[in-house]
Design a protein around this ligand. Structure first.
Ligand code: ZN
Length: 82
């Protein structure tokens, strides 16, 4: 029953070097889209509300993906963070 996050595609979204904040948009194999933040080395995640959450099925904000930050980040090519 546990969700297996598989990254399919990564887009660079925003990079503000002045404040050390970089954002990527990550598309998962199931179509879920996530915004991944790197704020001075601290990584956090937000689900975009394009499709319902594959874990809890809510179509509004939830925190399900918070625990997958590391797993998803491991699949993001290092070059996307440069
Ligand atoms: Zn959820």
């Amino acid at each position: 029953m546990s969700y297996q996050p598989i990254v399919k595609h990564v887009d660079n979204s925003d990079n503000n070097q002045e404040v050390g904040l970089k954002q990527l948009v990550v598309t998962m194999h199931d179509g879920t889209q996530l915004r991944l933040f790197n704020n001075n080395g601290k990584k956090t995640i937000n689900r975009l509300l394009t499709i319902p959450c594959p874990i809890c099925r809510k179509d509004f904000y939830c925190k399900c993906f918070d625990r997958f930050v590391d797993v998803i980040d491991e699949q993001v090519p290092e070059e996307n963070w440069k």
